[in-house]
Design a protein around this ligand. Structure first.
Ligand code: CA
Length: 325
């Protein structure tokens, strides 16, 4: 077996695991269509019937959890216009320096480049049009649960605690605040649909130790160059590293090129999925975008089929309507 060329090995592995029903996670809502993390984006996502909707979480100056992808707010709001004096020495604006009331006075818009201000995805919702505001985590939960009631659905939530070490440096305990809100809405009972995700392994370990949650946790795996956390993801991706992850988390959230590596206009499957499955870890990979696809595939649906064949359990996607259509 060890002498077989990689392509034959890949075919054998592919045959071993039949395609399965994918868990669909609406990444930052239906962010392919509306500005990410707004309640409008979450509402549209809900109408697409995904399994989960994702809010990323950061804290305000007055300790409120808000739904934002970054600790910075200059790429998704008009903060530089409204509060020009509140930037830090590095020229960036941080959510943690603003009260909820101040954040609510901002206009949320489609993500743009921090220097040029140009939209990252130019075919998406036009920047600065209409009117969207920053949502709190509580508002997000009440929206999803309200729609679950009125639409007779049971769509879950998939919160991500952003940059716990940055919050700690700024004297904020994002773990405690997240637990508190989840507890207030009954998610700590183990009976409601939820996954909790984080890039920082020490934060997940600490969360487990402090709160012993009954819900599953997902260790996100990034690339070291992104500096998402103090973790060494190269080490985490080894069989030994993944075994360690299985001691505190129920699954992993790898970047999809860590599962499928592009080779010219084709691809090869890495051993990651196989190793993770052998450890009993769920695999929810990110991020499938119809407007940012690798060369070897022409739709998020096609990409999800390849991933499902390799045993991947779920996908984060900006286009939750395009996978199960
Ligand atoms: Ca996220």
């Amino acid at each position: 077996m060890r002498f077989l060329p990689l392509c034959i090995l890949t075919i054998l592995v592919s045959c071993a695991s039949p395609p399965q029903q994918m868990t669909i996670i609406a990444h930052r809502g239906a962010s392919g269509y509306l500005p990410e993390h707004t309640l409008e984006s979450a509402s549209m996502a809900h109408a697409f019937n995904p399994d989960f909707i994702e809010p990323d979480l950061v804290m305000t100056k007055d300790d409120v959890l808000v739904v934002l992808h970054d600790i910075h707010i200059d790429t998704t709001t008009n903060v530089a216009k409204v509060f020009p004096k509140k930037k830090r020495k590095d020229g960036r604006y941080y959510a943690i320096d603003f009260t909820l009331k101040q954040l609510k006075s901002l206009k949320v818009m489609e993500r743009g480049n921090v220097k040029s201000g140009k939209a990252i995805y130019e075919d998406r919702f036009p920047r600065g049009r209409a009117n969207f505001e920053v949502a709190t985590f509580r508002e997000f939960i009440e929206l999803v649960e309200g729609l679950n009631k009125s639409r007779k659905m049971n769509i879950g939530i998939y919160p991500e605690m952003k940059s716990p070490s940055f919050h700690r440096q700024n004297k904020k305990d994002i773990l405690k605040e997240t637990w508190k809100v989840l507890n207030d809405y009954g998610y700590t009972s183990g009976k409601k649909k939820i996954f909790l995700q984080c890039f920082d392994s020490s934060a997940l370990k600490e969360f487990k130790k402090r709160f012993n949650p009954k819900f599953p946790m997902i260790q996100l795996i990034g690339d070291n160059s992104w500096k998402e956390s103090p973790d060494d993801y190269t080490k985490m991706l080894t069989p030994k590293g993944l075994k360690e992850v299985s001691s505190y988390a129920q699954g992993i959230g790898p970047w999809f090129p860590q599962l499928i590596q592009p080779v010219g206009r084709s691809y090869r499957i890495t051993p990651l999925a196989k190793v993770a499955k052998s450890l009993g870890l769920k695999i929810h990979t990110y991020t499938l975008r119809e407007d940012s696809l690798p060369e070897y595939v022409d739709s998020v649906k096609g990409l999800s089929v390849i991933l499902a064949r390799e045993g991947v359990d779920g996908v984060f996607t900006d286009f939750p309507d395009r996978i199960r259509e």
